[in-house]
Design a protein. Structure first.
Length: 115
């Protein structure tokens, strides 16, 4: 079955950096677009970044220039490098893949940006 396991979250000061990882299994990783979403307390889950099978990326406006999504098909892993973090980036970050019309999610990793 599809499994997505996020890691790398934690507490960081404003201006700091974190790298999130998502280890995938149960499907053919290399032929699927992968994405990161986030959900802040009291808010709706929203898209952060996505990367296609050939490495084309897109980002929500609020993270452009600060976050970078990448993938390693040999390791079945997608990454989210987050730099210049702001308090408003505080959220649970989820890995996502859409296969055959169904969305699959990991359990999420919490990122807290606070001094």
């Amino acid at each position: 079955q599809v499994q997505l396991v996020e890691s790398g979250g934690g507490l960081v000061q404003p201006g700091g950096s974190l790298r999130l990882s998502c280890a995938a299994s149960g499907f053919i990783f290399s032929i699927n677009t992968m994405a990161w979403y986030r959900q802040a307390p009291g808010k709706v889950r929203g898209s952060v970044a996505a990367i296609t099978t050939v490495g084309i990326t897109n980002y929500t406006d609020s993270v452009k220039g600060r976050f970078t999504i990448s993938r390693d098909n040999a390791k079945n892993t997608v990454y989210l490098q987050m730099n210049s973090l702001k308090p408003e980036d505080t959220a649970v970050y989820y890995c996502n893949v859409r296969i055959g019309g169904s969305n699959y999610w990991g359990k999420g990793t919490l990122v807290t940006v606070s001094s």
